[in-house]
Design a binder for this molecule. Structure first.
Ligand SMILES: [Zn+2]
Length: 340
């Protein structure tokens, strides 16, 4: 028992959504998953430029570090600022001191040229040595040709694919359409309505699934390895784990916190070096799944990277000024909201 753990890994994030909090209400009330995408996220992502993205990623990385999360698997879309966007996210995370895996979510929502540019951004970033995966938004917004091209690039580069799978009922065909493409190095996000097994790791995001009313993903029904993600709602992995635990218990009362903690542990498959980061917490049993599951409000006090550099001291980042990051992010949020 102790107050220290390794760095935590967020298995699925959208750093571009950090500025979305407080955005103006959409023109029409969303009534289902599809209209939530259309009214909220697809309006937001088209309004992003690289300067907004930089401060959104800085804020997201800062908030991750302050929650003891030292590694993020990010999934990004900014259809009017595609080229160079993954470099902007990677640089922002590096500045704060958080590890990141980037992917650009390819989609046919903006026509064949949008899909081509998205794929090119993945290829450009990965070939230049960037850490990441090839991204696809989701099967239901892509043609079979686009899915095949992206899967081919992922296989060629050995990068794996980061893709939303059967999050809502709109994407129930994903299993059938991806069956012949998916591989063990794929990251399959959500899988709420998946109708058949696919190879890869499942990223489970219970808070997001509840928020979008898409249903419970029941990740224990599959043999796949499972990681926990936040789907853009911060990067507080202990908070997500506590919620994942009660959601799992509501589904099967025989389950234990150990199952959910194995999902946190599985994140090290993507970021082995985060095991050597050190987080000191505000609670003396922070390394016990059974303690943390029933202890809200456990806070990260200090974070030390594997190489010995102190990144967070007494809850404050050492490399950046938290107040300045928040102020700059607020300026960019105001610009973003004015465009919506
Ligand atoms: Zn997502």
């Amino acid at each position: 028992m102790g107050d220290t753990t390794a760095g935590l890994v967020c298995g699925h994030h959208h750093l571009y959504s950090a500025l979305a909090r407080g955005m103006p209400a959409p023109p029409a009330q969303p009534v289902d998953f599809r209209s939530i995408l259309e009214q909220v996220w697809w309006r937001l992502d088209t309004a992003l430029d690289l300067e907004m993205l930089r401060w959104s990623a800085m804020l997201g990385a800062l908030e991750a570090l302050q929650c003891g999360t030292t590694a993020i698997i990010d999934h990004h879309e900014s259809p009017n600022a595609i080229e160079g966007s993954l470099d902007v996210i990677a640089a922002a995370c590096a500045e704060v001191g958080v590890r990141v895996s980037c992917a650009y979510g390819v989609t046919d929502r903006h026509g064949p040229d949008g899909a081509r540019r998205g794929l090119a951004e993945n290829e450009r970033y990965l070939r230049a040595g960037g850490r990441g995966m090839v991204g696809i938004h989701a099967a239901f917004t892509c043609s079979d040709d686009t899915l095949t091209a992206a899967a081919g690039l992922a296989a060629e580069l050995g990068a794996g694919m980061h893709i939303h799978v059967a999050e809502g009922v709109d994407d129930v065909g994903a299993g059938q359409r991806l069956e012949h493409l998916a591989a063990e190095d794929w990251l399959l996000v959500h899988c709420v309505h998946l109708d058949r097994p696919l190879p890869g790791t499942i990223a489970h995001n219970p808070r997001s699934n509840m928020n979008n009313a898409v249903g419970y993903a029941a990740p224990t029904r599959w043999e796949n390895q499972v990681v926990l993600g936040t789907d853009g709602i911060g990067a507080d992995m202990l908070e997500e784990a506590r919620l994942a635990y009660v959601a799992l218990r509501a589904f099967d009362v025989r389950e234990s916190p150990d199952t959910v903690w194995s999902w946190l542990e599985a994140g090290y498959r993507f970021f082995p070096e985060a095991r050597d980061d050190r987080v000191v917490w505000s609670y003396e049993h922070a390394d016990s799944a059974w303690h943390v599951a029933f202890t809200p409000g456990v806070r990260a006090l200090h974070v030390t990277a594997a190489d010995g550099e102190v990144l967070l001291r007494d809850g404050l980042p050492t490399r950046v000024d938290a107040a300045e990051v928040r102020a700059k992010a607020a300026e960019q949020a105001a610009r973003l909201f004015a465009r919506l």
